[in-house]
Design a protein around this ligand. Structure first.
Ligand SMILES: Nc1ncnc2c1ncn2[C@@H]1O[C@H](COP(=O)(O)OP(=O)(O)OP(=O)(O)O)[C@@H](O)[C@H]1O
Ligand SMILES: [Mg+2]
Length: 271
């Protein structure tokens, strides 16, 4: 669906090695990728396959041991804090645990106000800022009036996750990285959150990269799927190609694990 669109982020030979000598772990091992504008990508792999490590390198939170990245088809230069801050206007993240992403002693209003300031709205009037915050909250079905003067710890897990999406709505990054973004919430809110992210993609042509164990989720939401095993991409392609017609043994195994989960609950097979 995103064919012919500009590449927003490319990686070549991206590698991360932790430790030295006997204690060496190659967490990410020479991976290549190309994410396009407006594309929804899932990176799927088992625990320890290197997903979060890759995520952190893409975000510029940890350095690559080897390899290159290209942002908007130019070599990515994020040396030094000023350049990193500039890069972070374009790329934002949602983490597994929403409570870890906020400073607990910053009121919700300031969290949202910071986003407006960061995205160039510093000189707007108070009324205009209030309008923007109200709009962002209603996008995620939160009532701004009920949140003013509250601290993050006064919200529920689901409300926190929505607040994270309200931030993304205000920041409108070009790339959103989401590491198991719906892990904390029930299936119903989870579907709502995913739908909000998809709506945001449709409105802003943002690229969304999901990191997940859940191949079913990957099939449901993504255009493109990358399968990661022991730090390497063993296969990638459109969600249909990879999941309906998997080539790598590892992908076949990940897929065959899914029906097993349902079989355990299928009482009709009990004799
Ligand atoms: N800071 C670190 N120092 C040393 N080793 C690390 C560090 N971070 C990760 N690793 C190792 O790198 C490998 C990949 O870890 P990573 O967290 O990227 O996996 P993951 O795919 O995100 O797993 P999960 O699905 O459980 O979150 C693991 O073997 C892990 O122990
Ligand atoms: Mg992880």
């Amino acid at each position: 669906m995103s064919d012919g669109k500009m590449a927003i982020l490319n990686g070549k030979g991206v590698t991360k090695v932790f430790g030295l000598g006997d204690k060496k772990t190659v967490a990410v091992d020479h991976v290549d990728f190309s994410f396009k504008k407006g594309e929804i990508i899932s990176i799927v792999g088992e625990s320890g396959s290197g997903k979060t490590t890759l995520f952190k390198m893409i975000l510029g939170l940890i350095n690559m041991t080897e390899g290159e990245m290209f942002f908007q088809e130019k070599p990515r230069d994020i040396k030094g804090y000023a350049k990193k801050r500039e890069y972070w206007k374009n790329i934002q993240a949602i983490f597994q645990d929403p409570f870890s992403s906020f400073n607990m002693f910053t009121k919700i209003d300031s969290v949202l106000l910071d986003c407006i300031n960061l995205s160039g709205g510093k000189n707007l009037s108070k009324k205009e800022k209030d309008e923007k915050m109200t709009e962002a909250c209603s996008f995620v079905n939160l009532k701004y009036a009920e949140l003013t003067n509250k601290y993050p710890f006064e919200l529920s897990g689901g409300q926190m996750q929505r607040l994270m999406i309200a931030r993304i709505f205000l920041l409108k990054p070009r790339i959103l990285m989401a590491d198991e973004p719906t892990s904390m919430i029930d299936a119903c809110s989870r579907a709502t959150i995913l739908d909000m992210l998809l709506k945001l993609r449709d409105e802003t042509d943002m690229t969304v990269v999901f990191i997940t164990h859940d191949i079913g989720l990957a099939y449901y939401i993504s255009d493109t799927v990358y399968i990661m095993e022991h730090g390497k991409f063993v296969e990638h392609g459109s969600a249909e190609e990879v999941i309906i017609n998997p080539q790598a043994a590892y992908t076949k195994r990940l897929i065959s694990d899914v029906p097993k989960i349902h079989e355990e609950w299928d009482l009709s097979t009990v004799s």
